[in-house]
Design a protein around this ligand. Structure first.
Ligand code: NDP
Ligand code: 2IT
Length: 446
C-alpha cells in the first residue's frame, strides 16, 4: 500500500479501536487500490476513501425480551447503514453470540462492494445481535425477533433499508421479523425484507442462491482455466444455508463433496455427503452433525484437534464464518493437491491463507464476488415485490447464473486491465470500488 492508503488506514484503525475484523476487511480492499488512486486523482481530492470508510449511520439498541422461565433477557442489536450511493441499504442480519460492532462493520463494508458487483441498485448494510438462538425455544426466538424489530422498524423501508438473513437468521426468523414490521406499520410492504416465504412475497431460488451462486462462480473459474468441476472432490465447511446448497449444486456439476462441518466439528463421508440427510439433520431437526455421521455407513466425525482442511480435496469451499481457514490450513490444502477455493462465507480465508493460495497459483474466488448470488437474488425478490409478480424457479435461477457469470467476467477483465491476470481479489475489489466511488463523487458531499 502506498503512503496515502497507509495513512487513511491508520485513521480508520484509530477511529474504530478494537474492531479487528473491520480493520482486516478495510486493509484487504485498500491493498488493491493503489493503481486505482493513481489513475483517478479526483478520488483522493474528493476524499472518497474517507467517505466510504465512515458508515452513513450506525444504530445500536437494546433488545429486551422475556425467556420461557419468565426472566427478562437483554441483548444488543446493531444495524450499520454503510453506504447508499447505489441504492437503498441492503444486507443481512446475523444472530450469533460473537456479534459486536466490529463484525457488523466488517460485513457492512464488504457488502458495499459485493452489492456494487451485482450490477443491481443496492447500497451496503449489515445488522445483527449477540443473541444465541441455540437451545432457545420457538417462542423465545419469536419474542426475540419481535423485540429486535420493535426498535429497528423505524429505520427500515423498501426505499430506505432492506434486511435479509445471515448466520442464525433463516426463513423462520425472517417471518417473525416481517410479521412484526407489518404489525407496527400497518403496511404490507413486501420489499422491506428479503428471504421471505414463498406464500408471502418470497422469491424462488433465494434460499438456494448463495450456495448455488458460489458453485456457478467455481465452475466459471474452472472454465477460465480450460477445465471443469466434473470429477473433482471438495470440502465445504459449515452445514447451514450456504453450505447445504453449495453441496447440492456441486453434486449437479459432478463434484463429490466428501466433508462438511458445524460448530461442533466436521464429518468426513467418503461416499459423498448425502444432502437430503444433511437437510433433515441440520434444517429440520436442528441437530448436530454427529447425528448425520450416526446414520451413514462410512461417515465419521473428525478427530479432536483435526480440521476439515486436512482432508485432501481439489476444491475448498469455506461456507461457515470469518477467518476459519488460516495459513496452516492453506498450506495443507495446497500440499494435498488443491486447485480451487471459492468463498461462500464472508472473509473465511485469513490474509495469510490468501497469500499461500496466490503464491501456489490456486484459483481463488473471494467472497464479495463468489457469494454475491444471495444478495443478488434478494434484489430479484425486491423486483418481484415491486411489480407484484413471482417468477418461475428456472427463470430466476437463470438470472442468478447470468449475474454470477457477469461478476466473474468483470473480475477477470478488471484484473487484466490492471496487469494482474487471474487475480480475482484485485478484480473484485477494484471493480466493486470504482462504481461506488464514481457514485459517491456524482452525488456530492452529502
Ligand atoms: P447458517 O446459520 O445457516 O449456517 C452457519 C453454519 O456455519 C452452521 O453450520 C454453523 O454451525 C457454522 N458456524 C457458524 N459460526 C461458526 C463458528 N463461529 N465456528 C464454527 N462454525 C460456525 O448461516 P449461513 O449459511 O447463512 O452463513 C454462512 C456464511 O455465509 C456466513 O459467513 C455468512 O455471512 C455468509 N453469507 C450468507 C449469505 C446468505 O444468503 N445466507 C449470503 C452471503 C454470505 P452450527 O450449525 O453448529 O451453528
Ligand atoms: O452476506 C450477504 O450477502 C448476506 N447475508 C445476504 C444479504 C441479503 O441482503 O440478501
Amino acid at each position: 500500500m502506498d503512503e496515502q492508503l497507509e495513512r487513511t488506514y491508520d485513521v480508520v484503525v484509530r477511529r474504530n479501536p478494537g474492531e479487528a475484523e473491520f480493520h482486516q476487511a478495510v486493509r484487504e480492499v485498500f491493498e488493491s487500490l493503489e493503481p486505482v488512486l493513481l489513475r483517478n486523482p479526483h478520488y483522493t481530492e474528493g476524499a472518497v476513501l474517507e467517505r466510504i470508510c465512515e458508515p452513513e449511520r450506525q444504530i445500536i439498541f437494546r433488545v429486551p425480551w422475556v425467556d420461557d422461565d419468565g426472566r427478562p433477557q437483554i441483548n444488543r442489536g446493531f444495524r450499520v447503514q454503510y453506504n447508499s450511493a447505489l441504492g437503498p441499504y441492503k444486507g443481512g442480519v446475523r444472530f450469533h453470540p460473537s456479534v459486536y460492532l466490529g463484525i457488523v462493520k466488517f460485513l457492512g463494508f464488504e457488502q458495499i462492494f459485493k452489492n456494487s458487483l451485482t450490477g443491481l441498485p443496492i447500497g451496503g448494510a449489515k445488522g445483527g445481535a449477540d443473541f444465541d438462538p441455540r437451545g432457545r425455544s420457538e417462542g423465545e426466538v419469536m419474542r426475540f425477533c419481535q423485540s429486535f424489530m420493535t426498535e429497528l422498524y423505524r429505520h427500515l423501508g423498501e426505499y430506505t433499508d432492506v434486511p435479509a438473513g445471515d448466520i442464525g437468521v433463516g426463513g423462520r426468523e425472517i417471518g417473525y421479523l416481517f410479521g412484526q414490521y407489518k404489525r407496527l406499520t400497518n403496511r404490507y410492504e413486501s420489499g422491506v425484507i428479503t428471504g421471505k416465504g414463498l406464500t408471502w412475497g418470497g422469491s424462488l431460488v433465494r434460499t438456494e442462491a448463495t450456495g448455488y451462486g458460489a458453485v456457478f462462480f467455481a465452475a466459471e473459474m474452472a472454465k477460465a482455466r480450460g477445465t471443469s468441476l466434473d470429477g473433482l472432490t471438495a470440502s465445504v465447511s459449515g452445514s447451514g444455508n450456504v453450505a447445504i446448497h453449495a453441496i447440492e449444486k456441486f453434486a449437479q456439476y459432478g463434484t463429490k463433496v466428501v466433508a462438511c462441518s458445524d460448530s461442533s466439528g466436521f464429518v468426513h463421508d467418503e461416499d459423498g455427503i448425502d444432502v437430503d440427510l444433511l437437510k433433515q439433520v441440520k434444517l429440520i431437526e436442528r441437530a448436530r452433525l454427529t447425528e448425520y455421521a450416526a446414520r451413514r455407513p462410512n461417515a465419521r466425525m473428525g478427530d479432536e484437534g483435526a480440521s476439515i482442511w486436512d482432508i485432501p480435496v481439489q476444491v475448498a469451499a469455506p461456507c461457515a464464518t470469518q477467518n476459519e481457514l488460516d495459513t496452516q490450513h492453506a498450506e495443507n490444502l495446497v500440499k494435498n493437491g488443491l486447485k480451487f477455493v471459492v468463498e461462500g462465507a464472508n472473509m473465511p480465508a485469513t490474509p495469510g491463507a490468501i497469500e499461500v493460495f496466490s503464491k501456489a497459483g490456486i484459483g481463488f474466488g473471494p467472497g464479495k464476488a463468489a457469494n454475491a448470488g444471495g444478495v443478488a437474488t434478494s434484489a430479484l425478490e425486491m423486483q418481484q415485490n415491486a411489480s407484484r409478480d413471482s417468477w418461475s424457479f428456472e427463470y430466476t435461477e437463470e438470472r442468478l447464473q447470468d449475474i454470477i457469470e457477469g461478476i466473474h467476467e468483470t473480475c477477470l477483465e478488471t484484473a487484466d486491465e490492471y496487469g494482474e491476470p487471474g487475480n480475482y481479489v484485485l478484480g473484485a475489489n477494484i471493480a466493486g470500488f470504482t462504481k461506488v466511488a464514481d457514485a459517491v463523487i456524482a452525488l456530492g458531499v452529502i
